[in-house]
Design a binder for this molecule. Structure first.
Ligand SMILES: [Zn+2]
Length: 238
């Protein structure tokens, strides 16, 4: 089975894979604050992990991760709050967003070139679940959908997890996400720092609400999500 990382592929390899397996995978998510206990790359790492594992199974071309994404804003007392800041009602250094319009245009331009290059399917995956991020991805999935080029937009909101792979109250940077990041790399989660700052506690990231973080839960959720995405791609390829 042919599989390449785009950045280390030669033109003759591109020609061959476009004939035999013209599918490309693009992980896309912003650097974002995820509480004191998680690294800023949480969402991009998550999107990359899902697509990398699908790519290992189905082959095709894996694009380098795009560290970009958007989120909602709210204005209060002349200050603009982005993303999680809307809930904390204070500035939280760390997140790097772009406007919804920039995000849409950038992805649209990249998809134009992927289609022009000769790919037939592009799987976009985000780990960032902001409403604005998902809206852009779903819009692109609708707009790019014909026999020449099809976009599949993927995020964990599309997964029908069984009960045992969910918690009753899924939070941003909560048990699900933290367990998954632990499954990617244990050094990306610092359990000792949970709830250390007032701002964490204000968005319910506390020792108590996060006490069930564990790697095995993350492993199982990833496996289930990867299997779901593989099924969806194979359905489309039929
Ligand atoms: Zn996240």
């Amino acid at each position: 089975m042919l599989k390449y990382r785009y950045e280390s592929m030669f033109p003759h390899q591109l020609r061959e894979i476009l004939l035999k397996n013209p599918i490309v995978y693009l992980p896309v998510s912003p650097l974002e604050w995820h509480g004191e206990h998680l690294v800023f790359g949480t969402d991009p790492f998550r999107a990359k992990m899902v697509l990398e594992r699908v790519w290992e199974e189905l082959g095709g071309v894996l694009m380098p991760t795009l560290y970009i994404g958007t989120d909602g804003t709210k204005e209060k007392d002349g200050e603009i709050f982005w993303g999680m800041e809307m809930f904390a009602e204070e500035k939280i250094p760390g997140s790097i967003f772009v406007s919804k319009e920039t995000f849409y245009n950038l992805l649209k331009d990249m998809l134009f070139f992927l289609e022009r290059t000769g790919f037939k399917i592009c799987v976009l995956c985000t780990g960032h679940m902001a409403k604005e991020q998902i809206e852009v991805m779903e819009r692109l999935e609708k707009e790019k959908n014909d026999e020449n080029f099809k976009v599949i937009s993927w995020h964990w909101g599309k997964v029908n997890y069984p009960k045992e792979l969910m918690t009753p109250n899924s939070l941003h940077a909560g048990v699900e996400e933290s367990s998954e990041i632990m499954s990617i790399d244990i050094s990306y989660v610092d359990l000792d720092r949970i709830g250390e700052k007032e701002v964490d506690r204000r968005v319910n990231l506390t020792k108590d609400s996060l006490k069930n973080i564990n790697k095995k839960f993350g492993d199982e959720r990833f496996k289930f999500e990867v299997d779901s995405l593989i099924k969806k791609i194979l359905e489309y390829k039929k």
